[in-house]
Design a protein around this ligand. Structure first.
Ligand code: 5AD
Ligand code: SF4
Length: 439
């Protein structure tokens, strides 16, 4: 529509930020904005930032600096910073970067419409509170626009674990679960709009304890309720913490038809000494035992994880414990990072491991994971798998989808529509994907 104002939103970081950006687009839709793909013609630019990687705030400041010419050309252009850097830096962003009109933390997105009105009057607006009211309830604008076949749905937010390296408890705040009825309503609405697979999101998603019939529901209870939603075909969830794992969630992987055979369970380290210093409150052994129980419930489950190498005081022996744990688990996929300091976290005070040493360990770990990933992918060749098609591929006539195990699968064939679930014979294992043919 020609008279709509244009919103350019750039999303960094995790899937929860992707979800949040969608909610912000909806909230600003009510203020007459439509989303555009480039900042050039925008009336508002929003950076939805992530604070988890190194020098996150510095990167945001340099990104903001690049909008200077755009703002010079269009004095009505409004620039906002959202997400975890907004939460962590708050007032500092307003002080340091005069280009910025608006700073909004993750717990205040439901106030975005009001804040937009303030900045349109030429004032600046900052909100990084942790308010009492339910932002999800206030955010549910629910436009009926059609959606792609997969969607994220935030069910739990925040973290009370305080791992010694992590900023999340400070930027996302304390753990909160959304009520069951709210989640189910949003899920049904997504399905009506064409969604066939929902990934439930939370920083500690398996700590979910939302209000439902008869009291707080576990994540497994929620998944079972979603299993009954007609038209929804696949359920996933991420990210879990080993200490919040419940028997009913493990069992659901063996029994719940729509729950996919995939588990992202970060361990961070395989050394009990380092785990203790990370304040993880689980051991390598307790983690391995959990994985074993998941495999008893669902033998083909694909395991994914997160690792930090070079955490303060990590010795070669500690690192080798991590490598042994990886050997034992056999990961289908994993994210690994070299430890880096986050100001304000407990580990920030501690002496760093030699950087070259840490880099070298990271390479060794990534090589091992890559080999395991390849072995698991290669074993898929010759198998028939069900693929949910999500988008067109790069080659003409090619479609890309995901298997139940979350492998990307490329297929070139006529008659495949977005949102189709088809039985595919895997014929080739590539670097980060599989190729198949329709059976
Ligand atoms: N340094 C390196 N990696 C980190 N992560 C979180 N904080 C840090 C840090 N300070 C990693 C953890 C977490 C993932 C999302 O990011 O592995 O699980
Ligand atoms: Fe961060 Fe640990 Fe909480 Fe995960 S569990 S969000 S790593 S503090």
């Amino acid at each position: 529509m020609a008279d709509m104002k244009k919103l350019y939103i750039k999303t960094y970081g995790c899937q929860m930020n992707v979800y949040d950006s969608e909610r912000m687009v909806e909230a600003l839709g009510g203020q007459g904005y439509e989303e555009v793909d480039t900042p050039d013609q925008a009336d508002m630019i929003l950076l939805n930032t992530c604070h988890i990687r190194e020098k996150a705030a510095e990167k945001v400041y340099s990104e903001l600096g690049r909008f200077k010419t755009l703002k010079a050309e269009n004095p009505d252009l409004k620039i906002g910073v959202a997400g975890c850097v907004a939460q962590a830096e708050g007032q500092e962003i307003i002080r340091r970067q005069p280009l910025v009109d608006l700073v909004v933390g993750p717990q205040s997105y439901h106030r975005l419409a009001e804040m937009e009105e303030i900045i349109r009057k030429g004032k600046r607006a900052l909100d990084t509170d942790f308010p009492e009211e339910d932002k999800f309830e206030k955010l549910k604008a629910r436009p009926k626009a059609k959606r792609g076949p997969t969607a994220f749905l935030t069910v739990q937010e925040g973290c009370d674990k305080f791992c010694a390296f992590c900023v999340v408890p400070y930027t996302r705040g304390a753990e909160v679960s959304r009520p069951v009825s709210q989640v189910l309503t949003e899920a049904r609405d997504l399905v009506e709009r064409g969604v066939r697979e929902i990934t439930l999101l939370g920083q500690n998603v398996n700590a979910y304890h939302g209000e439902g019939d008869g009291g707080a529901w576990s994540l497994a209870q929620l998944i079972w309720a979603l299993n009954d939603v007609d038209g929804l075909e696949r359920i996933r969830f991420t990210t879990s913490h080993p200490n919040d794992m419940t028997d009913d969630l493990i069992a659901a992987h063996g029994e719940c038809e729509k729950l996919m055979p995939y588990l992202h369970l970060p361990v961070q380290s395989g050394s009990d000494k380092i785990l203790k210093r990370m304040n993880r409150s689980h051991t390598a052994e307790s983690y391995l035992r959990l994985i074993e129980r998941f495999r008893e419930a669902r033998p083909d489950i694909l395991i994914s994880g997160d690792f930090i190498v070079g955490f303060p005081e990590e010795t070669e022996a500690d690192f080798n414990d991590t490598m042994s744990l990886i050997e034992e688990v056999k990961y289908g996929q994993a994210y690994s990072f070299k430890y880096s300091t986050r100001p304000g976290t407990p580990a920030a005070e501690r002496a760093l491991v030699d950087d070259q040493e840490a880099t070298e360990r990271l390479y060794r770990l990534q090589a091992l994971i890559a080999q395991q990933q390849k072995d698991i992918q290669d074993a898929m060749v010759g198998q028939n798998v069900k693929v949910l098609f999500e988008k067109p591929g790069r080659e003409p006539g090619q479609m890309v989808g995901k298997s139940a195990h979350l492998h990307a699968v490329h297929v070139t064939a006529d008659g495949i529509e977005l949102g189709d679930i088809k039985e595919i014979r895997i014929v080739e294992s590539r670097r980060n994907s599989l190729a198949g043919t329709v059976i």
